[in-house]
Design a protein around this ligand. Structure first.
Ligand code: FES
Length: 90
C-alpha cells in the first residue's frame, strides 16, 4: 500500500508529507521545527499553541503572507517559504 502523500517545497527544498496534515505538521515530519525569526533578537519560531491563537507559526505560502501553519492544511504544490512576518507576541 502506498501512503497518500502531498508534495510541496519549503524554501526551495522538495518535501512530502501524509495528506491531511497542516503545513506545520508537514514541516515537522520533515524535521523543520522553525520557519520564522522574531523581529527582536532573531529567535526561531514554529508551532507553539497549535490551535491558531498565538500567531508564532506564521509562514508564507505561494502569494499569501503570514499564514498560520498550525491550522492551514498542506496541499499539493504548495510553495512554502520562511516568513518575514511578525507574530502577535513581539
Ligand atoms: S502555533 Fe499558535 S497560531 Fe499557530
Amino acid at each position: 500500500v502506498t501512503a497518500d502523500l502531498v508534495w510541496f517545497t519549503f524554501d526551495g527544498r522538495p518535501m512530502e508529507a501524509p495528506r491531511g496534515l497542516t503545513i506545520g505538521g508537514a514541516l515537522l515530519v520533515n524535521g523543520v521545527r522553525s520557519w520564522r525569526l522574531t523581529r527582536s533578537g532573531g529567535q526561531p519560531r514554529g508551532v507553539f499553541c497549535a490551535i491558531g491563537v498565538c500567531f508564532d507559526c506564521l509562514v508564507d505560502v505561494g502569494e499569501d503572507c503570514a499564514v498560520r501553519a498550525c491550522i492551514t492544511p498542506v496541499t499539493d504544490g504548495d510553495v512554502i517559504r520562511t516568513s518575514g512576518s511578525v507574530g502577535m507576541r513581539e
